[in-house]
Design a binder for this molecule. Structure first.
Ligand code: SF4
Ligand code: SF4
Length: 249
């Protein structure tokens, strides 16, 4: 649906500019303007503190709808033995948080194996997205980032978990840059606020001399990277049901 900036409301703060992954917002004088490259994804709507960015219908009428972020997305990884230990641990924590705040867990695999998807559902995923057509071994990072970005734009997860692996360390900073948000990493513990769903990450600083808490309160989605062994694997819920979606890229 088309996007519009209400010029009278815009105070020129420019907060919306980095929020657009397509570089489709600029300034004309002290007012924000949309460029033709806008794809009407709506991601910038929440970035405007004054509500100056809105959706309009094709006929130009205002649509009173705020696009908001919700649910938890896990970027899953597999090896020859199946779902990696780290992805199982992350899935367990994602399930725990989803139950606390009452949202769903989505999981991405770069594989078209439905048995893996069923196992992930037993481990706590509500929806598994099998991305076909991307070979992570040949490692085309741009196509992986593009695929994940497309899913974020479509599904708008509020929290995105990935492992502190080669894949995670390559993908997450690019996603953070694209969506103008922050990454929590190096965590030894995380908590979620049941009201505003903000994550608090406990982590060591200055060569482990002090422990501090980091969080990402102002931007969504919240990105968080986890090392193996920080959390325990979640339980198996045999016979659990969920959706499996195959996405051809
Ligand atoms: S975030 Fe999406 S809707 Fe907003 S200006 Fe950029 S492309 Fe357009
Ligand atoms: S965030 Fe809102 S008020 Fe600030 S420049 Fe963008 S449209 Fe204008």
């Amino acid at each position: 649906m088309p996007i519009k900036i209400i010029i009278e409301k815009c105070n020129g703060c420019q907060l919306c500019i980095p929020a657009c992954p397509y570089g489709a917002i600029g300034m004309e004088g002290d007012k924000a303007v949309l460029f033709e490259s806008c794809v009407h994804c709506g991601i910038c709507i929440d970035s405007c503190p004054l509500g100056a960015i809105i959706e309009v219908s094709e006929s130009g009428e205002t649509v009173q709808k705020t696009i908001s972020f919700s649910n938890i997305l896990v970027i899953g990884e597999t090896d020859k033995a199946g779902i990696t230990k780290l992805s199982r641990e992350i899935l367990g924590k994602a399930r725990e948080f989803a139950d606390v705040v009452g949202v769903s867990v989505w999981l991405i695999f770069f594989a078209s194996d439905e048995n893996l998807a069923k196992e992930a559902i037993n481990l706590g995923a509500d929806e598994v997205l099998l991305l076909e057509g991307i070979n992570t071994t040949s490692y085309k990072i741009a196509s992986i980032v593009k695929a994940i970005s497309g899913i974020i734009e479509q599904k708008r997860p509020e929290i995105i978990f990935a492992g502190e692996t080669i894949l995670g360390c390559d993908v997450m900073p690019r996603i953070a840059q694209r969506f103008a948000t922050g990454i929590l990493s190096g965590c030894t513990g995380i908590e979620i606020d049941a009201v505003d769903r903000a994550l608090s990450c406990t982590r060591p600083f200055f060569g482990r001399r002090i422990m501090g808490i980091t969080s990402c309160t102002q931007h969504r989605p919240q990105l968080i990277m986890i090392k193996e062994g920080i959390f325990r694997e979640g339980g198996q819920y045999k016979g659990r049901t969920g959706n499996i979606e195959i996405i051809k890229l």
